[in-house]
Design a protein around this ligand. Sequence first.
Ligand code: AMP
Length: 615
Amino acid sequence: MPEAPKILSDSADCIDGIVVENNNKVLKFIEDVTADADEVQRRVLSQILSRSANVEYLQRYGLNGCTDRETFKKVIPVVTYEDLKPDIERIANGDTSPILCSQPISEFLTSSGTSAGERKLMPTIEEELGRRSLLYSLLMPVMSQFLPGLDRGKGMYFLFVKSEAKTPGGLVARPVLTSYYKSSHFKNRPNDPYTNYTSPKETILCLDSYQSMYSQLLCGLFQNEDVVRVGAVFASGFIRAIQFLEKHWSLLCKDIRTGTIDSKITDPSVREAVMKILKPNPKLADFVEAECSKGSWKGIITRLWPETKYIDVIVTGTMSQYIPALDYYSNALPLVCTMYASSECYFGINLNPLCSPSEVSYTLIPNMAYFEFLPVTRKDELTGSISGPTALNDKEKQQLVDLVHVKLGQDYELVVTTYAGLYRYRVGDILRVSGFKNKAPQFNFICRKNVALSIDSDKTDEVELQNAVKTAANQLLQYEASLVEYTSYADTSAIPGHYVLFWELSVKDSTLIAPSVFEDCCFTVEESLNSVYRQGRVCDKSIGPLEIRVVENGTFDMLMDFALSQGSSINQYKTPRCVKYAPIIELLSSRVISSYFSPKCPRWTAGHKQWCTQN
Ligand code: AMP
């Protein structure tokens, strides 16, 4: 298997030469693994299975130490998280026997996908950190082919850690990026010009989101002329930083002017790290103040950080809703989506990073995991829903396609087998084949299966929404009112975005229902939604209060007429529980009688409900 290139170590004078040499090694690595994709995949599977020959899960299905694809596909089922839950719970409760993986489970990564309202727990092993580092190390050499000189400036990236919890068995459970930023792979990374960030690691590792954001912005503003690229993981996070700046620029300017740090920043390690960078700079403070106090924030990024060449954020999938805001703040700098990854596994990278967001495709790196693909078809273009088998029968299992055999233009659900102990696991992402790099396919990210609403990393499915709405609507019964129909949409016209529910009611006397009743309904829906949604509301403030808009009677009949006029079949028509199509949202909005917002934040605590939290 081609060797992963080693990350640079520092060497004073010949740094340029080393950068070029390293870039070439990385590009050659990509050429090699993509040219040899099928053989690399075969070896990855064989390696995973031979290492895991003794694990309970594989023995349960009678794999008997076989490491070939044919036997593996014949005997091992294609599964979802729910299938693995009993095994995962055993590990969480402290069973250290080799249940899924022969290597010790080092921690759980808490995914933004949920199960029974709580984040899914993905077991991981220490060596996966190396695999994640490998994928990161590919990004800048690829980027440098298109934009030279990036090694001579800094990146202003807004990166954050989130709170972590301990499982009853004592394993840490935290999001994958928190795990990565706290690891020595990130904290003690070698002095590499491509990982030279304006944010000192102490500011990233600070759990208090205000202090972390403030200090990262302060350092970013102070080093504004060095910044050649800016970013965050997802577009929503970057926009949050700009909005924080809108609110707090005068305080930040005061600190830049005096070379001190505001007293609200109390974390000693953050203060110390920032004070190593900050010096009084009244000229810079005047400049930032002048730019921020101009009425318009159009182009604020290029105004404050004039050397910026691009914004590095994910805007594929649901994040595409933030593209107009990013274009506005940056005067349409290129938006670059570099990679596609998850808690289960890091998957692939974008080899053409300057392409437009609508054309982004990710090349899966064949040595990250063993990949299979389940063909799916689009059911309903109007609502964007996806149809694919839920539980797979034998015939459907046969349909799973290997990496090099996917067909151009076809949609698939991604299925992975990982070094950390997931076997034929359905990730839940729908991908479309857009081309090939050598033998390795490239994919457009189409959507996440079964997600009705999403603003940030929250993913709310129809069933969850239905249950939440039902619980809330029960509160109307005492006022002789009931819910006739409903639908929803993610409103991102203002940031933070928020969930909107359109409700059509049957009501005897609407004057008997006080606004506070509907506000309570909003709150009840929020309380019933999953923990990622509630964390976004409470902790990150990345989701605004949920809104109920009551519509005139007959509105949902009009919605049906509209759908029929667009070609839906009357026999098959069902009210969509989530709408994205602008004309439908316009129709619903034109019929709104009154609207109500959730008056307070729902409850949220770190970790699963039943665990005690660490932080
Ligand atoms: P998590 O498990 O919380 O880390 O979330 C992983 C999920 O985020 C993936 O399965 C995708 O649904 C989504 N995701 C990750 N990277 C991208 C990307 N580049 N474009 C669109 N969606 C992404």
